[in-house]
Design a protein around this ligand. Structure first.
Ligand code: HEC
Length: 189
């Protein structure tokens, strides 16, 4: 009898632990901030959802005239799943724009372009309570785990993204797998 009670208690604890860690994981890909309001670098963004790559589409401080960069766009998995359901970005959405140099001479390549070193990463983050405009932009210096201060609301990040982004200040019109979702949910500008 005693043995059976211990077994049942053990089972309850095991199921509880699994449920708790599962719940913890679901929200763990949101933005993390320092006490000074700097964004912490999303360490595993390369394991997030890949949306697209632009070539020669870098605007702002990482732009290099005459040398087109690649931009690789990633979004956190929990925001992506919510977008598939609603065509909208939920609170705590994090985008990473990874800017890489483009190269054309190497190995067997003749006329094509392939990706080189990371030049920098920029982020676009939705946190409705923290930011007056709901979204903020943060850049990171090479090798730094904490971001620069958020871009000013008068910066060109806002003046380009707010009027031109097709869904809620983001450039969904350039993310081919998201276009049909936004069209179906009628959330595209
Ligand atoms: C002239 C317009 C323009 C300006 C200025 C601009 N961007 Fe963007 N941004 C784009 C376009 C177009 C994309 C689509 C992805 C690409 O580059 O391939 C994009 C995509 C992004 C993304 C991916 C998520 C999204 O919103 O679609 C991030 C992050 C981002 N930009 C950050 C920034 C930051 C930070 C600044 C300011 C330092 C900035 N951008 C300034 C046009 C702009």
């Amino acid at each position: 009898m005693k043995k059976r009670i211990i077994l049942i208690a053990g089972g309850v604890i095991a199921v509880g632990t699994v449920l708790l860690t599962g719940a913890d994981k679901a929200g763990s890909d949101g933005p993390q901030f320092t006490a000074e309001g700097r964004l912490m670098r999303p360490q595993n963004y390369r394991e997030w959802i890949y949306l697209s790559s632009g070539l020669g589409m870098t605007y702002g401080p990482l732009e290099r005239p005459g040398e087109p960069n690649f931009d690789n766009v990633f979004v956190n998995p929990s925001a992506y799943k919510a977008f598939l359901q609603s065509g909208r970005w939920p609170d705590k959405t994090v985008f990473v724009l990874e800017v890489r140099a483009s190269q054309s001479k190497g190995s067997i390549n003749r006329g094509g372009h392939f990706q080189g070193d990371v030049i920098g990463i920029e982020t676009h983050v939705k946190d409705e309570k923290r930011f007056p405009r709901k979204w903020a932009f943060f850049g990171f210096r090479q090798g730094s785990d904490t971001s620069e201060p958020p871009a000013a609301e008068t910066s060109n990040c806002y003046t380009c993204h707010e009027p031109n982004g097709a869904v809620d200040t983001t450039f969904v019109q350039f993310y081919p797998t998201l276009i049909p979702v936004a069209k179906e949910k009628s959330t595209m500008k």
